[in-house]
Write a protein that binds this ligand. Sequence first.
Ligand code: IPE
Ligand code: IPE
Ligand code: MG
Length: 264
Amino acid sequence: MVVGFSMTRSAALPDDLRDTPVPAHVAIIMDGNGRWARERGLPRVAGHREGAESVRDVVRACRQIGVRALTLFAFSAQNWQRPDDEVQALMELLGRYVIEERGEIMDNGIRLTAIGEVERLPGFVRQPLAMLMDDSAKNSEMALCLALSYGAREDLVRAVRDLAQQVVDGKRAIEQIDEQLISSALWTHELPPLDLLIRTSGELRISNFLLWELAYSELYFTDVSWPDFRRAHLFDALRAYHQRERRFGRTSSQLSDDSSKTDE
Ligand code: IPE
Ligand code: IPE
Ligand code: MG
């Protein structure tokens, strides 16, 4: 049976968050699966498996509370360097996730998208992914963006090459290259500006994720490992987010209350 996510936004939020604006775009570096497993004497893949449960709960929560876009770092361009059996297990979990979540994604108006070198993924991931992306393309409640074989530097290199080619071909003048054009050449071009980045498991680094998009995002780091991360931890991140004053280079007194929370 397919379980819907329907619930009013306020019912899904804890009392203290009910009247606060929800970030439009949240991204998560889902880290710490291997350490979670090791601490329990389990193989690393057990951590990845439990991490898939965290994905389910967090996607549901984000959809219920009205997040417009959720980007999940599931596999980096650099993660191909891991041992073959771990890469294989991760790909199998990904393929299974895309197949098993189809009902929930479609029933809840979620548009599935992907960023990264998806052509590098094995066919058993690429094919169900492409099909679900296609079938969910018109859904408009929330975008769920999976970063797969993703690297921000790789994306920037690709975008620079594209734009340089357009100049060489005489289709564009160098003067036309500005921030907006670069943003529109990146894989993330369809997503709203990134408001909040969460990284789990205590590492204080970005690991080649969304380097351009992070310019004015709020950063939230937690020691909780990804397999333990559930909606209650997401709400903790939202509480921290609401304590921040997003100034975008201006001074506090220049900001009106309403314009201070989104990068638009
Ligand atoms: C995150 O957990 C999942 C992926 C990077 C695919 P890790 O596998 O990096 O877990 P740790 O960081 O080694 O504990
Ligand atoms: C970043 O985590 C990539 C994902 C969460 C998919 P890593 O575990 O690969 O990053 P490093 O190696 O600690 O920087
Ligand atoms: Mg890690």
